[in-house]
Design a protein around this ligand. Sequence first.
Ligand code: LMR
Length: 401
Amino acid sequence: MTSPFSPLTELPPDPILGITEAYKADPRSDKVNLGVGIYLDESGKLARFQSIQKAEEILFARSEPKAYLPIDGMPEFNKAVQQLVLGADSSAIRDGRAVTVQALGGTGGLRIGADLLKLAAPTAEVWISDPSWENHLALFTKAGFKVNSYPYYDASRRGLNIDAMLASMRSIAPGSILLLHACCHNPTGLDLTPAQWAQVKAIVIERGLIPFFDFAYQGFGLGVEEDAAAIREFVAAGLPCLISNSFSKSGSLYGERVGGLTVVSESKEEARRVLSQVKRLVRTNYSNPPSWGAKLIATVFSDAGLKSQWVGELNAIRMRIQELRALFVKNLQLAGVDRDFSFVEQQIGMFSYTGIAATEVAKLRADFGIYMLDTGRICVAALNKTNVGPVCQAIAKTLKA
Ligand code: LMR
């Protein structure tokens, strides 16, 4: 009998998480992983938020049994997410037009949102930025969509290609799905200004597009509230939209898979229908979400002291990343790199799109055990005062070679 799996071909490793697999298999002790987007502290360890640790202690002391959560997740968590994303005074919340369901991280939120859109708008096409997070194309394709891209980045200027982006968006077919990075654009680290967001919003209204915000880095850009500004502008304009948010980065809860999908509908009645459909999607996929991460977030957000501690910790992280950007640029200069990397300090969030070419990326990996994405994206938040020097010297040697 032939194996039922014989038709399957072997796929290449994941462009982001595959880098971590290769890094882990590398025996060199001075290796550095600048691939995946995780925030490491000054000692190179995964950061721990004290606010979240306190919540963990509270929950341990309570020692609750491990009951199922509702299909759409923990109500207190969903409420907290909704206020965090839309703002406590949002008219969409007040009018009952917003529904939030707990999701398996930001990726889970994107996928349930994509599956919902496939039901609501089966023939729509999806538009993502060029470049975008590697998984956007794969995820929306897997959900059955044709995925197109709009220009975003101008490599020659290391800046936004704003005119081409707006022109492309103006030609998108009405009813299409427009994927937008709410803040800290992944991978370029280049965000739109409020005026540019207003232009995008006008096009969304004019063309009748469906905005879907990927909001994985709240607090890493300009601030917890500031980073939600574009979403809140769209919602205030009465636009239906979807938002996937995550606490992987903003709570250092990567492995807990804790995020949300918020859908803003036209009416309360529509929101009820949307929720019923999302619940069916969840129930037929994984039944209901895991509870620990959601309980942690709900505990932090239900306590004003813990919540403000969390905001403070995020502020400190944001400022440290800015310092790391400056340190990286300075160390490249000290190492004798002629190429201008000053743009790294203008970028925002966890990532820098360095412009380091794929051949140079391969050399850095082979010769020095320094891992980054093939596109030249690095996670600045994986640098520290100890590794930044060796990383920059390796880059200097590689660029000179
Ligand atoms: C990244 O872009 O590195 C992160 O969002 C992690 C991931 O899942 O890809």
